[in-house]
Write a protein that binds this ligand. Structure first.
Ligand SMILES: Nc1ncnc2c1ncn2[C@@H]1O[C@H](COP(=O)(O)OP(=O)(O)OP(=O)(O)O)[C@@H](O)[C@H]1O
Length: 236
């Protein structure tokens, strides 16, 4: 499904990704972890570009339209599927079919406020779920999410991660919750300073190993010379 070979990306002097090799097969559920600034968002944004047309991407920025309702923001996921005229008419007079479909998605995402509510009046968690709803309504085989439920309480976050996993053939998700990464995903990719340090089956990792990985990442935050990080316990 995806093959990335020796991919690097810099922002000015900052090397955000450093010689990344990555293959992902259809059907895989991949968690991407790493400390802040390690390159996770940059990596999944690149993956989204590579999978253009088959992936729904839920970025941290969300890109919601503040003045429009929950319904219309979620409906945006279907803009490409329908004609311009249908989309235009659906704005003032929503059609029955999308109304019903979006009501189900909103219910599944535990969005219990009226669908007519403008996004500007939503909480952080409600906004995140609206953005995820829009991605789900794209009906793509692949879901790419950048901490899509970070504003939710842990139990709701758990339920909704399970829901997103059920709705898509393949999922690539950045998340900081190590236990969820191990419990719900097949594979874990760990980034440190733009390099891939972990890429293995979730079943071969433990919470302690991931805690060590985060601790080592923190310890090396001040290391300027990249050569000092070679020799990780996980990857070259
Ligand atoms: N548009 C940009 N311009 C300049 N630097 C950038 C830009 N985007 C990312 N960076 C830098 O690239 C590095 C990787 O950023 P990235 O957002 O991918 O990290 P991250 O692991 O997703 O972080 P977080 O967990 O905080 O979201 C960081 O040092 C960041 O400052």
């Amino acid at each position: 499904m995806l093959n990335i070979s020796d991919f690097s990306l810099s922002f000015g002097d900052k090397k955000a990704l450093n010689s990344i090799d990555l293959s992902i097969t259809a059907g895989e559920k991949v968690a991407v972890i790493g400390s802040s600034g390690s390159g996770k968002s940059t990596l999944i944004s690149h993956i989204n570009t590579q999978l253009h047309g088959s992936a729904a991407y839920c970025s941290q920025q969300q890109g919601l339209v503040e003045s429009l309702s929950i319904f219309h923001n979620i409906y945006m996921g279907a803009l490409g599927r329908n004609s311009a005229l249908y989309n235009l008419l659906n704005l003032p007079f929503p059609f029955k079919k999308p109304l019903e479909e979006i009501a189900i998605i909103a219910q599944d995402l535990e969005l219990d406020c009226p669908l007519s509510q403008p996004v500007s009046k939503l909480s952080g968690g409600q906004r995140q779920r609206t953005a995820v709803g829009r991605a789900i309504y794209q009906k793509m085989p692949v879901f790419i999410g950048d901490e899509p439920f970070s504003a939710l309480d842990p139990l709701m976050s758990k339920r909704l991660i399970k829901y997103v996993l059920q709705q898509h053939e393949s999922v690539i998700m950045v998340l900081h919750d190590m236990s969820m990464a191990l419990q719900y995903f097949d594979r874990v990719i760990g980034l440190r300073n733009g390099k891939k340090h972990i890429d293995t089956k979730a079943s071969s990792l433990s919470i302690e190993m991931l805690q060590d990985f985060y601790q080592d990442s923190m310890n090396q935050e001040f290391v300027v010379n990249d050569s000092a990080i070679v020799g990780s316990a996980f990857c070259d």
